[in-house]
Design a protein around this ligand. Structure first.
Ligand SMILES: Cc1ncc(COP(=O)(O)O)c(CN[C@@H]2CONC2=O)c1O
Length: 407
């Protein structure tokens, strides 16, 4: 059980006290982005207000302070996912950029025509399209790991899919559309039995559960700051140092060089080799504070609380006539995708908004898995540490109200 008190934590999120359409805001769209606690907001203000400067190489006091805070954030995040070294933590814009970086550096230098990349049916477009771009550029093949009727990944099928041409596995840790938590540690062990590296899309995992990349033993791990109560425009690509050393730079410019001449340029050491140009300094600092905040609240407390919310919401919503939950894996994070017999997801979302309730409707950038379940849109409620049973009751009441309005 959890010793998390959402009502106490809500004090840290001023936005949750606001109204929308003259109704109290009920924010249940956390898989899209989470709200930001006061300490994160204050960290951003503090940087710009009190010690804004460009980082590295600057010899003045403000530059020193800014550099210290930026590199300090990197170390905080290293500990947050238990990486072996801060050199394995690359600041990027978010999960999408992290995966594109791997595809365009490790991918272009290690994959060639005929090589196979395994992805799962439940991937977000950010972990499908970069591999399709590579397919267009190099002629690699993409093979899809199936999921069953509950939305669980088919581990046996996965094991059978490896061939001498399999060169990479790229899989989501938690599905943003189904909520399924995949057995990433097991999948990594199987991939490594075939000497194949694995990239894990951790966007929906890092805010919900304790991630330990050394325990998972994955080769790449990508996530976004804004999904884990941090700012937008910042994320992390984690990669084992041995792999990063084999990868050519992603973008060229300042910060990622040692010596530049028109004859020859030498590149900076890790991690800066992959961070060209002035980075998102404030956002990185803010993300470090978000990691501190979540560590203070306790990931196991968050996971236990959200599991209670998910269990309650699933019970309540399963009792609604004509409502079908898409994604019923036993091992799920706090995401409920659903469709209703006689109400389009879009209409439901718009009408719930009028009641102050924020959910997301549509394909959630996961078109293939929605089509696999025979729908082209769902309504999705997704939970965070600050949600409450009362908010779930309001969602359920809102769904009933919409049904009445539409019948
Ligand atoms: C599983 C997963 N992977 C990658 C991404 C891409 O992250 P960035 O946009 O930060 O690069 C998302 C975003 N989730 C989407 C965004 O909105 N609603 C969602 O479910 C995601 O859920």
């Amino acid at each position: 059980d959890t010793n998390l008190d959402p009502w106490a934590l809500r004090e840290d999120f001023p936005i949750l006290a606001r109204q929308v359409h003259e109704q109290p805001l009920i924010y249940l769209d956390n898989a899209a982005t989470t709200q930001k606690p006061q300490p994160v907001i204050e960290a951003l203000n503090h940087y710009y207000r009190d010690y804004n400067a460009n980082i590295h190489r600057g010899l003045h006091q403000l530059a020193e302070l800014a550099t210290e805070a930026y590199e300090g954030a990197r170390v905080k995040l290293q500990h947050y996912i238990h990486a072996a070294s801060h050199k394995e933590m690359i600041f990027v814009r978010g999960t999408t950029e992290a995966i594109n970086l791997v595809a365009q550096t490790w991918g272009r230098t290690h994959l060639r025509a005929g090589d196979e990349v395994l992805v799962s049916m439940m991937e977000h477009h950010a972990n499908i399209v970069p591999w399709q771009l590579l397919r267009d550029q190099l002629g690699i093949q993409i093979k899809v790991i199936p999921v069953n009727a509950l939305g669980e990944l088919d581990l046996d099928a996965y094991q059978q899919m490896f061939t001498p041409q399999t060169r990479l596995v790229a899989v989501t840790h938690v599905s943003n559309a189904l909520g399924t938590i995949n057995p990433v540690r097991e999948m990594t062990a199987i991939a490594h039995d075939f000497n194949v590296p694995i990239l894990v899309d951790g966007a929906q995992a890092v805010p919900h559960l304790q991630v330990d990349v050394q325990a998972l033993d994955c080769d790449f791990y990508a996530f976004s700051g804004h999904k884990m109560y941090g700012p937008t425009g910042i994320g992390i690509l984690y990669a084992k140092q041995a792999l990063l050393e084999q990868m050519p730079p992603w973008q060229g410019g300042g910060e990622m060089i040692k010596q530049v001449s028109f004859a020859q340029t030498t590149y900076a050491d890790l991690p800066h080799r992959f961070e060209a140009g002035t980075p998102a300094i404030a956002q990185a600092i803010g993300l470090g504070v978000a990691a501190d905040y979540l560590t203070h609240v306790g990931l196991e407390n968050i996971q236990a609380w959200e599991h209670e919310l998910l269990t309650y919401a699933t019970e309540q919503m399963s009792a609604i006539e004509g409502l079908r939950i898409i994604g019923q894996a036993p091992n799920k994070a706090g995401v409920i995708s659903f469709v209703m017999q006689d109400v389009h997801a879009q209409d439901l979302g718009l009408l719930l908004d009028q009641l102050g309730i924020a959910i997301r409707t549509g394909h959630h950038c996961a078109m293939p898995v929605l089509h696999h379940f025979g729908v082209n849109a769902t309504a999705r409620a997704s939970f965070a540490l600050y949600n409450t049973f009362e908010e779930i009751d309001a969602l359920v009441a809102g769904i009933h109200k919409v049904r009445q309005m539409m019948s």
